[in-house]
Design a protein around this ligand. Structure first.
Ligand SMILES: NC(=O)C1=CN([C@@H]2O[C@H](COP(=O)(O)OP(=O)(O)OC[C@H]3O[C@@H](n4cnc5c(N)ncnc54)[C@H](O)[C@@H]3O)[C@@H](O)[C@H]2O)C=CC1
Ligand SMILES: NCC(=O)COP(=O)(O)O
Length: 349
């Protein structure tokens, strides 16, 4: 592929008090990305963070409808979105919540207009967006679901050695893809959110998008139980018997290959993961600690079920590290490489 044919990816810079802007700078300064990456953020902020962390990067401000030039190390093209208030590393400011959301809208508009083949998102801070009055905001995943007008999406994180079709993996590190049945919910609301129809929709999205974006012809999905020991035959909770098992049986009858529900504590062991293309965990902290133990900094977050490519980093805003140039840009590189690869598949599987 010549540079001119490289896919354009819109990279939203995330929370301006966090590490997102400097990760965008590091990406441009340190490597030639496998795509034409256009940052969506405030050009002056990016220049300021580049100076702060001691990276030489030319911030190339484009018009919103302008295509970027061929990728060059040390040049960061930007579709500008102005900050609403000055941003200092580590200091959240509700005034900039609107800026963060506007970067998502600009990236979405670029995808819809065909100026970008997908979007990669640096981390935003959910709390400050809620504090700013955007009631109900719970993350990129749900924001993009609503903006794209789809009923359901699935959050899936994958370590870099599991990003490709199974047969192509195995270059080191644990290969793991973990999808979530629920995302940003208080624990006490989790069980009620796992209804049969929803679980069926999520499993269908996961199955179809493993084929579509990851080239897995016949996905095998392992499903965690919700309760300890997958409910211990109903003695430790009835969700497995009443909801999960009936859904898995119905979907198996339709041809899906599903293991489980399995006790989550032993599912994540090599024997149970053998031949499995993805695990569906029932909630955020059932699945993600395992994924992050296996590959923090070398994994990406993917939103399945959208009509466009969206990947993200495996970490948050790291306010404690912002502005110091010490944050690890590894996950952003993985997220960019994956988005480029997904875009090149064009949804054909
Ligand atoms: N994709 C996104 O937009 C995500 C956003 N978040 C948001 O980030 C905020 C902070 O969340 P936390 O739970 O504190 O998670 P966090 O990932 O920001 O920080 C947890 C720990 O990991 C470290 N860390 C994070 N990224 C790192 C990197 N690139 N290199 C080195 N160390 C790194 C931090 O310094 C901290 O010690 C929350 O508002 C959360 O909702 C969290 C995850 C993803
Ligand atoms: N823990 C993953 C996470 O918070 C990602 O959220 P999102 O902003 O990508 O929806």
């Amino acid at each position: 592929m010549s540079p001119a044919d490289a896919p354009v990816l819109a990279l939203t810079c995330g929370e301006p008090a966090g590490i997102g802007p400097e990760l965008a700078v590091m990406l441009a300064a340190d490597v030639v990305p496998p795509a034409l990456v256009v940052a969506v953020g405030d050009p002056a902020l990016l220049a300021e963070r580049a100076a702060m962390i001691g990276r030489e990067v030319e911030i190339l401000e484009l018009a919103r409808d302008e295509a970027p030039p061929a990728p060059r190390r040390g040049v960061l093209p930007v579709w500008p979105v102005a900050l609403r208030a000055p941003a200092r590393p580590g200091e959240l400011n509700v005034a900039n919540a609107a800026h963060v959301l506007e970067t998502l809208d600009v990236a979405l508009a670029a995808c819809r207009a065909g100026r970008a083949v997908g979007m990669v998102t640096a981390p935003l801070h959910k709390g400050v967006i809620l504090d700013a009055g955007h009631a109900g905001f719970s993350g990129h995943t749900e924001y993009l679901r609503d903006a794209c007008g789809v009923d359901e999406v699935v959050m899936m994180l994958a370590t870099d050695s599991a990003l490709h079709a199974r047969e192509a993996s195995g270059q080191g590190g644990a290969a793991l893809r973990v999808a979530l049945a629920t995302t940003h919910l208080p624990l006490r609301e989790v069980a009620d959110a796992i209804t049969g129809p929803r679980l069926a929709r999520l499993l269908n999205i996961l199955h179809d998008d493993l084929q579509r974006w990851f080239g897995v012809d016949a996905p095998r999905i392992a499903v965690c139980g919700l309760n300890p020991h997958a409910g211990e035959g109903g003695h430790l909770g009835r969700e497995e018997l009443d909801t999960i098992i009936p859904v898995l049986e119905a979907l198996r009858a339709e041809g899906l290959t599903l293991d489980g529900p399995l006790p989550a504590d032993t599912l994540f062991t090599p024997r149970h993961l053998e031949g499995v293309d993805a695990v569906l965990a029932m909630y955020h902290d059932q699945g993600l600690p395992v994924l992050k133990y296996a590959g923090f900094g070398r994994a990406a977050n993917i939103t399945l079920g959208l009509p466009l490519v969206r990947t993200s980093v495996d970490h948050g805003t790291a306010l404690d590290l912002a502005g110091r140039g010490v944050a690890d840009p590894g996950s952003l590189r993985v997220a960019v490489a994956l988005a480029a690869e997904m875009a090149s598949r064009g949804g054909r599987g």
